[in-house]
Design a protein around this ligand. Structure first.
Ligand code: SAM
Ligand code: SF4
Length: 348
């Protein structure tokens, strides 16, 4: 797809096509996480098995369809879009989508952003910044090269660090996300936070979630962030902030590092009350809740004879079925995953 080839949607005048998205619990939906591929160049042990089976390409939405979908959401009041995956930057010509969506910034869209493992960020940072991306999330669970290679099953830490540096050079703010893993990066979390803050990046820690089959026992990976926080508070002074993205993280400032720490704690603290987001997979399946099986097929709507009406109806249906809260549980050894789909499928 080249930038000029993207078809802009016709002016939408019918009410149902522009009605704001509000769910059955009166939560206003303003944030879309859009996965553009299920593929990835890493194999993080908590995310997917080594021999992950990826989808046939024909099942994945084209860049034109992704654009049409995204603009359909913007027309319904979505003001923030995060591009995710899999690894979004492994998708060929993905920057064309950023260029096209970047043109909606200030025209319905307030923020365009992405979550990346940063292995290919050095090659894309300038163009992303030019497209209007101002802040990105980079997943980084360790600063130790051999540990990184073990954890992601690929020896790519130098590329990731180069990618983070390139993003900063290009003028984007970087937030680091780290999954807290028992016995894996547990001992390193204070250093990771201190390094991130010294480099000018906020850091968010995430509790592992039981999504999809991986080769390891989930309970062995799970490290409650309440324990991590208690340990960190022995060395550092935290002050709670009321900063919020309408998302699951709670934020605090650390006096000694001068940086901000976010904690995403699906198990030790439920975060669903203010949920403002929807997720769409690379095949156009809308999951109104990361932790739920509820689903609406937007690809069928997009490929129907009347895509605008079908899409509007599908989004209204999603508002009816978005559940009040997730029901992740992490209390049973050897349990089947809470949901069969991997995080790389739904988009983190
Ligand atoms: N590949 C990109 C990356 O890693 O940033 C984007 C997709 S990845 C699925 C998005 C986020 O989900 C990453 O921060 C990753 O660490 C997190 N993640 C993956 N599997 C997870 C799991 N089972 N529990 C908690 N977080 C997970
Ligand atoms: Fe790839 Fe991201 Fe999953 Fe790691 S967490 S395997 S980088 S999709």
């Amino acid at each position: 797809m080249n930038k000029g080839s993207i078809r802009k949607p016709d002016l939408i005048v019918v009410d149902n096509h522009t009605r704001p998205l509000v769910d059955a619990f009166q939560r206003r939906i303003s944030y879309l996480r859009l996965s553009v591929t299920d593929r990835c160049d890493l194999r993080c042990t908590y995310c997917m098995p080594e021999r992950m089976k990826f989808l046939p390409r024909r099942e994945v939405l084209t860049l034109e369809e992704l654009y049409e979908l995204a603009t359909g959401f913007i027309d319904r009041g979505v003001i923030k879009i995060r591009i995710t995956g899999g690894e979004p930057l492994v998708r060929r010509d993905i920057c064309d989508l950023f260029d096209a969506l970047g043109q909606r910034l200030g025209h319905g869209l307030n923020e365009l952003t992405l979550t990346t493992n940063a292995t290919q960020l050095a090659d894309h940072a300038d163009r992303l910044a030019r497209a209007g991306v101002k802040r990105i999330n980079v997943s980084l669970d360790t600063l130790d090269r051999s540990r990184f290679a073990e954890l992601t099953r690929r020896d790519a830490l130098p590329q990731v660090l180069a990618g983070i540096a390139a993003a900063r050079e290009a003028g984007m703010r970087v937030k680091l996300n780290a999954v807290a893993l028992k016995g894996v990066n547990e001992d390193e979390l204070p250093d990771l936070i201190a390094w991130g803050h010294a480099e000018g990046h906020d850091v968010t820690l995430i509790e592992v979630m039981p999504l999809g089959d991986v080769e390891e026992e989930r309970l062995d990976q799970y490290l409650p962030l309440s324990d991590v926080r208690a340990q960190l508070e022995q060395c550092w002074t935290f002050s709670e902030t009321d900063a919020t993205t309408g998302g699951p993280a709670r934020y605090m400032d650390i006096e000694e590092t001068g940086g901000r720490l976010g904690l995403i704690t699906p198990h030790t603290h439920n975060f669903c009350d203010g949920c403002n987001r929807l997720r769409v997979t690379a095949t156009g399946q809308l999951y109104p809740c990361l932790g739920g099986a509820e689903r609406v097929d937007l690809r069928a709507a997009l490929r129907s004879d009347d895509p605008k009406t079908e899409l509007a109806d599908a989004l209204s249906q999603a508002m009816h079925i978005k559940p009040e809260r997730h029901h992740f549980r992490m209390d049973k050894r050897g349990a089947d995953p809470h949901l069969p789909r991997h995080m790389s499928m739904t988009g983190g």
